[in-house]
Design a protein around this ligand. Structure first.
Ligand SMILES: [Zn+2]
Length: 240
């Protein structure tokens, strides 16, 4: 049953991965998946995880990763700002999405109830304004700290990885900017008053519902973007 959902998703992920990374191989020491494009003009690259120097040699027409050396003097940042700050956007973003999704669903249920002449008399309705406000704050903090995460990540790439071109890091840089741009658009929509009213409830109007659809689409895309960023970051720290 789950295969019906996972098979097309896996196919899409693998296609995108092939597009971004090109042909890949596994580091002979730590088994991190690397792209053949990561090698420089001489066919050499340093594994970003374990620090071995790999030469891609051509053996009877097949690329083969040969271990040559180990990078001993790797810059180790004293204050690891990037791995620390990254948990704030990744931790808070899902709560911003869950909060507004909850408000959306409750507003729709309340609308249908009141349309039939009933009043939805449940206690948690009075918490809706707070839940909406907390979602605004979570998204705001998530965006602010994502800029700290991007800048510190760029610094780490500059110093720790000596600006070497890795497809994994290129994807991370592009995805970070996508997250920030889509996040700002989502924040504008969430707080604009076009979708949610002053009390935090969804405005039941055709234009607001359409805009809510756009808002949730952006938030879901961004959720996938930040999950990918976290996943690649985890691979660079812990490996497979
Ligand atoms: Zn390695």
């Amino acid at each position: 049953m789950l295969d019906v959902v996972w098979k097309p998703i896996n196919l899409l992920i693998n296609n995108l991965k092939r597009k971004f990374y090109g042909k890949t191989f596994y580091c002979p020491v730590c088994h991190l998946e690397l792209s053949f494009h990561d090698a420089d003009r001489d066919g050499l690259l340093v594994c970003p995880l374990c620090g071995i120097v790999i030469e891609i040699s051509d053996v009877f027409g097949h690329p083969l990763a040969v271990v040559h050396d180990v990078e001993i003097k790797r810059h180790q940042p004293k204050m690891r700002v990037h791995p620390l700050s990254t948990h704030i956007p990744i931790g808070l973003f899902p709560f911003a999405l869950l909060g507004t999704l909850f408000v959306f669903i409750v507003s729709i249920i309340q609308f249908y109830y009141s349309r039939d002449g009933y009043t939805l008399d449940v206690n948690f309705l009075r918490y809706i304004p707070s839940i909406k406000k907390m979602s605004d704050v979570f998204l705001f903090i998530s965006l602010v700290f994502s800029t700290v995460t991007i800048l510190s990540g760029y610094y780490d790439w500059y110093r720790r990885y000596e600006r070497r071109k890795y497809r994994m890091i290129t994807v991370k840089i592009y995805f970070s900017f996508i997250f920030l741009i889509l996040g700002v658009i989502a924040f504008f929509l969430q707080t604009s008053g076009f979708i949610f009213n002053m009390n935090g409830f969804l405005i039941i109007k055709a234009t607001s519902i359409v805009m809510a659809g756009l808002y949730f689409t952006i938030m879901l895309i961004n959720f996938c973007v930040i999950a990918t960023l976290g996943h690649i970051g985890g691979l660079l720290v812990f490996g497979k």
